[in-house]
Design a protein around this ligand. Structure first.
Ligand SMILES: *[C@@H]1O[C@H](CO)[C@@H](O)[C@H](O)[C@H]1NC(C)=O
Ligand SMILES: *[C@@H]1O[C@H](CO)[C@@H](O)[C@H](O)[C@H]1NC(C)=O
Ligand SMILES: *[C@@H]1O[C@H](CO)[C@@H](O)[C@H](O)[C@H]1NC(C)=O
Length: 393
C-alpha cells in the first residue's frame, strides 16, 4: 500500500518536472495536500491552508469568543477552482514580480526602455503582467507542520529584466501568521514589489452576523496621510491629509467602525475616491505609514482590525511604509462563500484587505525618493516581513 502511494507520487513528480521544467517541481509533487488539494500549516489557535495556484491563502481558521471554529478569509473550496478566477492574482494570491501599476506597460532603467506585458487598458501592466506570479502555479521548496515555502525562478517573465529567484515563506506560531518574502535579482536590476492581498471577514460570514465589515473596527494609528490619485487610480504625485473626523480618519482615538466610514463616503461624494465615484462603492486607498525615527516593525502595529461579534482582533506588523486598504467590491464578479462559511455570495463590503507595500507608483514619482525601495539590483536582497497577530476576547 505504502509503496503504491510512493510510486504514484514519484510518477507525479516525474510528470511535473517534464511539464513545468523547474527543479522544484519534483519536490512539489511529493508534499501531501488535503482532500481539497490544499497545503495546511498549523500552530496553537490557528490553522491556514494554501494552494500553489498563485500561492493563495485559501482558509484561515481560528476559534471565536464562543469557541466556534470559523474561517475568516475569502476563498474557494478546492484548489482547482482558483484557476477559474479571472483576477490577477488568483483570489488572495501573492503579487509579483511587480505589484501595482506600470503605466504605459514600459519603464526606463539606466537609459534602457523595457517593454513589459500589458494586461490592462492603456496599455498598463497590472500586478506583474499576464503571467504575474499570482497567476502562476508555484513550486514548493519546503512544507512542514508549521511552515510552507513557495519557490520560483522568474526568468524575464512578462518582459522584466534579469532573473528573480524568489522564496515566499509563510510560518505560523501560536495565534500568529508570519510572512517573509525574499527575491534575489540576478544579471540585471529590476523593479520588484511583492505583496499578498487577503480579504478578511473576522466573523467568518457567520449567519447571525451582518456578513459585511460594517461592524468591524479599523485603526490605522500611523496613517494621517494618503496618496492622491486621478480618476484612473494613478497617483498624481501629491499627498492628502486624512483630516480629523473625515471619512479617511482611522488614525484618531481607537479608529472607527468601517460602517461609519462607508456612510461618510456616501454623505460626502466629493471626498470619495475617484474610483468609487465611478461606481465601485467603498475604500480603495493607499495610506502612508509615518513613524517617528528610529522604528522597529515590532514596536507598533500599522493596522488593527477587530469585530465585537466574533471577539477577534488582528494586528498587522510590517516593515513596509504604506498600506493599501480595499473593501470587497465584486470587481471580477461575485464570489461564493466557502462550504464552511455558509451559502450565497460575499456581499459588497463583505470583506476588507490590508495590503502592506511601499508608496504606490514610486517609480514614476521621483520626488518621493523611493527609488531605493523600488529598483533592486545585485547589490541588495529584496526582503519584506509582516506578521498578523490574533487575539480573541
Ligand atoms: C478550536 O478549538 C478546538 C477545541 O478546543 C480545537 O480542537 C481546535 O484545534 C481549535 N481550532 C483552532 C484553529 O485552533
Ligand atoms: C452566533 O451563532 C453562534 C453559533 O452558530 C453562537 O455560538 C453565537 O453565540 C451567536 N452569536 C451571537 C452574537 O448571537
Ligand atoms: C506595490 O504593490 C502594491 C500592491 O498591489 C501597489 O499598490 C503599490 O503601488 C506597489 N508599490 C510601488 C512602489 O509601486
Amino acid at each position: 500500500m505504502r509503496i503504491d502511494i510512493f510510486a504514484t507520487s514519484v510518477i507525479a513528480a516525474i510528470k511535473a518536472v517534464w511539464s513545468r521544467g523547474s527543479p522544484f517541481a519534483a519536490a512539489t509533487a511529493l508534499y501531501p495536500t488535503n482532500e481539497q488539494g490544499k497545503y495546511v500549516i498549523q500552530s496553537e489557535g490557528i490553522r491556514l491552508a494554501f494552494t500553489n495556484n498563485g500561492g493563495a491563502l485559501a482558509n484561515l481558521w481560528i476559534n471565536d469568543t464562543y469557541g466556534n471554529e470559523i474561517d475568516i478569509v475569502m476563498g474557494f473550496n478546492s484548489a482547482a477552482e482558483y484557476l477559474k478566477y479571472p483576477g490577477n492574482p488568483f483570489l488572495n494570491g501573492v503579487i509579483g514580480r511587480y505589484a501595482g501599476i506600470i503605466s504605459g506597460a514600459e519603464f526606463e532603467l539606466d537609459g534602457v526602455t523595457h517593454q513589459v506585458s500589458a494586461n490592462s487598458k492603456g496599455p498598463t501592466t497590472w500586478n506583474g503582467g499576464k503571467h504575474g506570479w499570482g497567476r502562476t502555479i508555484l513550486d514548493i521548496g519546503s512544507h512542514t507542520e508549521d511552515s510552507i515555502t513557495f519557490v520560483l525562478f522568474d526568468r524575464s517573465w512578462n518582459g522584466f529584466p534579469g532573473t528573480a529567484a524568489s522564496c515566499l515563506t509563510h510560518t505560523v506560531t501560536p495565534y500568529e501568521w508570519r510572512i517573509a518574502f525574499g527575491a534575489t535579482p540576478t544579471r540585471k536590476p529590476s523593479p520588484i514589489n511583492i505583496s499578498q492581498q487577503v480579504f478578511w471577514n473576522l466573523d467568518g460570514f457567520a449567519a447571525n452576523s451582518s456578513r459585511t465589515i460594517a461592524e468591524h473596527r479599523l485603526h490605522l494609528p500611523l496613517s494621517g496621510l494618503r496618496i492622491e490619485t486621478d480618476a484612473e487610480g494613478i497617483p498624481t504625485g501629491d499627498l492628502k491629509a486624512n483630516k480629523l473626523g473625515s471619512a479617511y480618519d482611522f488614525w484618531s482615538g481607537d479608529g472607527k467602525l468601517l460602517g461609519r466610514g462607508l456612510e461618510q463616503l456616501r454623505e460626502c461624494p466629493a471626498s470619495r475616491h475617484p474610483l468609487s465615484q465611478r461606481g465601485t462603492d467603498g475604500y480603495d486607498e493607499n495610506f502612508l505609514v509615518v513613524r517617528s525615527q528610529p522604528w522597529k516593525k515590532e514596536d507598533q502595529p500599522v493596522a488593527s482590525l477587530s469585530s465585537d461579534h466574533s471577539g477577534i482582533t488582528v494586528d498587522l506588523y510590517t516593515d513596509q511604509e504604506a498600506l493599501h486598504v480595499q473593501t470587497w467590491n465584486d470587481a471580477f464578479g461575485p464570489v461564493s462563500l466557502k462550504g464552511t462559511q455558509g451559502t450565497g455570495v460575499v456581499p459588497p463590503s463583505g470583506a476588507i484587505s490590508l495590503e502592506m507595500q511601499d508608496w504606490t507608483d514610486g517609480i514614476n514619482n521621483p520626488e518621493w525618493q523611493r527609488r531605493g525601495k523600488t529598483v533592486w539590483g545585485m547589490d541588495r536582497l529584496y526582503t519584506t516581513y509582516s506578521s498578523f497577530k490574533f487575539t480573541v476576547k
